[in-house]
Design a protein around this ligand. Structure first.
Ligand code: NAP
Ligand code: MG
Length: 502
């Protein structure tokens, strides 16, 4: 970002000035509904766009377009190398447009533009490349098999083939619009599925730009459809729709439950990436300053609005004092502000609602007897700001320890050598199981705890080591299924067995 850049840049001003629409069957349309959604920049509280709010009619049209593209279109039947070629082109376009994509993401979500740009360029484009590679490797198996029917001397050839699951509905949250979309979009496209996207009403714009680029990349009409709208109308209709074969959802555990109920009608598949309350476990042999900085980042990056956030710190009591000093220092050093300012690490919270939710938890933590080591107060607007808060003197039953706050709040618990045998049980006493990390120079400790922590992803001496190749997802109430890696594409495939008697 050069010092002279003025945001929004001309490219993005032009994008913002265009009408924002749904994308159905390869055509941009305002839809039938007259309802609209106003989109705000959470750092300035200025309105940046208006998008249409689609409902049942728009979802029905988008599902019909996706169904037609799946049943008759070229996408599921295209030569794998050709589909890969289009996905590689899409990846190139994403990288080439990373400035504008990340600018739009920062405008609507507030996150640091440095982080967004880095993510789009390095991570999101490589996600599409990774899954483009899979299109040519979706093989079944042959197995020695002798089915029960037939004569004893019949010969058999038995094989499996992998088919795309069909029409997929994708419902995404506001906290990392582009990364979360890519976790779903890249493998689903590589598998040959067609889809309907319903982004969060708070952050509809970056997704729109991605859809524009997908068309430019050569993804045929009807393969990707986009309906803007609210969760209660557009999202719920997509979740319950009888002609949708699968819902892939990222968001809160509460809405995840409603998706499961809505999916019961036609028993569509459901994949869920939900909330978390992930542990960061620091042993007394960890490097204090390095680990304290990493722990502060693990919790406060994206201002704590991050499902993988390391919000529960378990700290060995032998290093309590110097570690907390270093943690406080690292936390207070984060620059808070508009994501376009140089050096800003922590942007605003997404909305006034989210800000009051976070402040409510902080008040409750104090009322329950926890102590604030730093932060926890609101900063004046415009924008929704809360200074990152670290709570000490916490106990396992406190609401700040048990519930996902989705804001910049870290709770510290200490343990002694005598607690170590029970520590994994204490850590696992949570409804969630998404991420986690163990910090130690002792590989025995590290591996033992990595194995014992009940979550979908644990890192040793790192937190949230997310990569296209590495499965990501939650245990317990953090979700169903895995994104990324081989499992990430298998989630969009169904297996058929074919038995040939000869
Ligand atoms: P949310 O309220 O669950 O919303 C997520 C999406 O679901 C939005 O698009 C929302 O639409 C839509 N939605 C709401 N009600 C719906 C319904 N009845 N039927 C269908 N769709 C509905 O979550 P959020 O507040 O945006 O995001 C924060 C949550 O997401 C946190 O709990 C966080 O942990 C979780 N998250 C998980 C992961 C992960 O990978 N595990 C990643 C990021 C976030 P509208 O917003 O437009 O109403
Ligand atoms: Mg919500």
């Amino acid at each position: 970002m050069s010092e002279r850049t003025v945001f929004p840049t001309r490219t993005v001003r032009e994008f913002l000035g265009k009408p924002h629409q749904h994308y159905i069957g390869g055509k941009w349309t305002s839809g039938a509904s007259a309802k609209t959604i106003e989109v705000f920049n959470p750092a300035t509280e200025e309105q940046i766009a208006t998008v249409p709010a689609g409902g049942e009619a728009e979802i029905d049209a988008a599902v019909a377009a996706a169904r037609e593209a799946f049943d008759t279109g070229p996408w599921p039947n295209m030569a794998p190398t050709e589909r890969a070629g289009i996905l590689f082109r899409f990846a190139d376009l994403i990288a080439a447009h990373s400035d504008a994509l990340s600018e739009i993401e920062t405008l609507e979500n507030g996150m640091s533009n440095f982080l967004s740009k880095f993510t789009v360029e390095q991570f999101i484009s490589s996600f599409f490349r990774y899954y483009a590679g899979w299109t040519t490797k979706l093989t079944g198996e042959t197995m020695p098999s002798r089915p029960l029917l037939g004569a004893p001397d019949d010969e058999w050839l038995v094989m499996t083939v992998k088919d795309p699951i069909g029409v997929v509905g994708m419902i995404t949250p506001w906290n990392a619009p582009l990364a979360i979309l890519s976790h779903k979009l890249a493998p689903a496209l590589a598998a040959g599925c067609t889809l309907v996207l319903k982004p969060a009403e708070l952050t509809p714009l970056a997704t729109q730009r991605m859809v524009e680029l997908s068309a430019e990349a050569g993804i045929p009409p009807g393969v990707i459809n986009l309906v803007q709208g609210t969760g209660s109308e557009a999202g719920a209709q997509l979740a319950r729709h009888d002609d949708v074969d699968k819902i892939s959802f990222t968001g809160s555990t509460e809405v995840g439950r409603s998706i499961i109920r809505a999916a019961a009608g036609n028993l569509k598949r459901v994949q869920l990436e939900l909330g978390g309350k992930s542990p960061v476990v620091v042993f007394d042999d960890a490097d204090i300053v390095e680990t304290a900085t990493a722990a502060a980042t693990a919790c406060f990056i994206f201002s704590g609005q991050n499902c993988m956030a390391g919000t529960r710190l378990f700290l060995h009591e032998r290093i309590e004092e110097p570690f907390l000093d270093a943690l406080k220092q690292a936390t207070e050093a984060f620059k808070i502000g508009n994501g376009f300012e140089d050096g800003v690490m922590l942007g605003p919270l997404i909305s006034a609602t989210q800000k009051s939710r976070v402040l409510r938890y902080i008040k409750q933590g104090l009322a329950e007897g926890a102590e604030l080591l730093t932060g926890g107060d609101a900063l004046p607007g415009p924008g929704h700001w809360v200074k990152p808060a670290i709570f000490t003197k916490t106990t396992p039953d406190m609401s700040i320890v048990r519930e996902e706050i989705f804001g910049p709040v870290l709770v510290v618990q200490t343990f002694s050598d005598a607690d170590v045998p029970q520590l994994a049980n204490t850590i696992n006493d949570s409804d969630y199981g998404l991420s986690g990390s163990v910090w130690t120079q002792n590989i025995q400790h590290g591996l033992r705890f990595a194995r014992m922590i009940d979550s979908g992803q644990v890192s040793i001496n790192a937190h949230a080591a997310i990569a296209p190749e590495t499965p990501f997802g939650g245990n317990k109430q953090s979700g169903w299924g895995r994104e990324c890696g081989r499992e990430g594409i298998e989630a969009y495939l169904k297996t058929k067995a074919i038995s040939i008697r000869h």
